[in-house]
Each structure stands twice: as C-alpha cells, then as structure tokens.
Ligand binder design. Structure first.
Ligand code: F6R
Length: 264
C-alpha cells in the first residue's frame, strides 16, 4: 500500500481528483468504480471544476458504483443514484447510460447481483476504484465479517453504519436496513484502488486497515492483498499510524522518483 499523508481533507480531495484526471486523460474510455458518502464530495467538486475549466471530458467513461440502498427509488434524495447524478454525473457531463448501479429491485435481486458482476467483466473490469471507509473498517457495504471472497450481493447494514449514515436522513429510522454492494473480491479485481479517509473518526479503522492483520473483521484490511492501492489520508485519519514517519519518508522518495522519470 502506498500511504500518503496530506495536510488537509481539501488536499486529499485534490490528490484523489488528480489521480482520476490522470487516468481519464491517459484513457478517455476508462471504467471507474465510484463511491458515495461524505468523503468523496470534495473529489467530485474538483472533477466538476476540471470539466468547467475544459481540462477533461468524462463522456467516454463508464462507471460502476459500489453500492445502493434497498428500498429507495432513484429519485429519493438519499439514494446513491440521486447522489451521483447531483454531485458528479450531471455537472461533470458523464453519459448517464454508461453509469451503472447494482439493481435493488427486490423481486430479482439474486440474478441482478450476478448480472452486475457480469456487466463489470463485459467492460473489461474496473480500471480505477475509488473507496471511502466506514468507522468500523467497512468498504462499500461489506460489513465486518464479510467474506474476503465475496461478490455483489445483498447485505444487512450494521447498527453502527446506520447510525453513521443517519446524518444524511431526518432520523435513523429512515436509514435502510439493506443494501446491495459489490463484494470484497469484486473490489480487489480492480486494476488500481484509491482509498480515502479524513477526520479523527476514521483513525482507528485506518490503523487496523494498514497496520493490522488481514481479517474479515476489518474488511478494508483485504486491500493489503492488492498490489496497487493508494491510501490518501489527512493528518487526523493518519494520527494512529505507528509507522507514519516511515510512510512520509517513502512518499518523499516516491514523489522525487516520479518527478525525475515522469514522461514529458
Ligand atoms: C459508499 C460506501 C461506503 C462509504 C463509507 C464512508 O458508497 O461504499 O463504504 O465509503 O461508509 O462513508 P463517509 O464517506 O460518508 O464517511
């Protein structure tokens, strides 16, 4: 894992946006895996700004979102389809026909989970996957105890996740109990992964993810098994890392190497 400790959440947003812009610049028909929640909002604002400045064109990209709540329709302001349209897809000019979500149609949920996996595969897999992390170490809605070999499926949200996400709803009772989520193995299939975390509330989950053992009890720790993961952290989210000084040293060397050999 490449651990990058940055001075603020604003810089985390800028750095994550730079990685996505670089990907799409090199390959305008990239397949992007995208997350919702509070963490990527700054990233998405940076991407929208880049479009407004004519720096990038996302219309050739295909996207796959990590997850969606069961029980909210696409027009519900807290559905992830609505969130993505509002914060990224419409203002950044994505082609909505190429923006995919796991189906939450209850009648047909088992078949549609397999279909989602097949659709990702038909597109040649995900080139770059963006992730946030739950305070309990979940990625997407792979809650604690999720199999490291899991694929897209329906999951019950934990009381902690429902409590964390209640801030987006009028009350905790309105937070759905179920979601359809990519699995951990689905996420690990991506070519490259960027995990972002900001704020003190994520510090313990990040410590366990980066410096703890690989364990289904901390689903994000499975990212240790992937060869190309970049972890972008602000100082607060990095505050419990024992090897923080080492990561800073490595990053300085890495940046120096990249700027000296970067193609012009
Ligand atoms: C959302 C998702 C979740 C969030 C996580 C952190 O699509 O997959 O795993 O990334 O719950 O949420 P925030 O960013 O709101 O703290």
């Amino acid at each position: 894992m490449r651990i990058v400790i940055l001075e603020s959440s604003q810089v985390v947003a800028q750095r994550s946006a730079e990685i996505i812009l670089d990907q799409v610049d090199r390959s305008p028909e990239s397949t992007l895996g995208l997350a919702t929640g509070g963490t990527p909002l700054g990233t998405y604002s940076e991407l929208v700004r880049a479009v407004e400045q004519d720096r990038i064109d996302f219309s050739g990209c295909t996207t796959f979102n990590l997850d969606e709540y069961v029980g909210l329709d696409a027009e519900h302001p807290q559905s992830y389809r609505y969130f993505m349209r509002k914060h990224l897809f419409e203002p950044a000019g994505f082609d909505l026909d190429h923006c995919h979500f796991p189906s939450v149609d209850f009648e047909d949920i088992l078949a549609s989970c397999d279909d989602y996996e097949a659709l990702i595969e038909d597109h040649g897999g995900i080139d770059l996957q963006l992730l946030g992390i739950g305070t309990d170490g979940h990625i997407a809605f792979n809650e604690q105890g999720s199999s490291l070999a899991s694929r897209t499926r329906i999951k019950a949200l934990t009381a902690q996740t429902r409590k964390d996400n209640a801030r987006f709803f009028d009350s905790i009772d309105q937070v759905p109990e179920l979601a359809v989520t990519m699995g951990i193995a689905t996420i690990l299939d991506a070519q490259k992964i960027v995990l972002m975390a900001t704020g003190l509330g994520k510090a313990e989950a990040i410590r366990a993810t980066v410096e703890g053992p690989v364990s289904a009890s901390i689903p994000a720790s499975a990212l240790q098994l992937h060869p190309k993961v970049t972890v972008l952290l602000d100082e607060q989210a990095a505050s419990l890392l024992e090897r923080a000084d080492y990561y800073r040293d490595v990053e300085l060397i890495q940046r120096r190497l990249e700027t000296s050999v970067a193609p012009k």
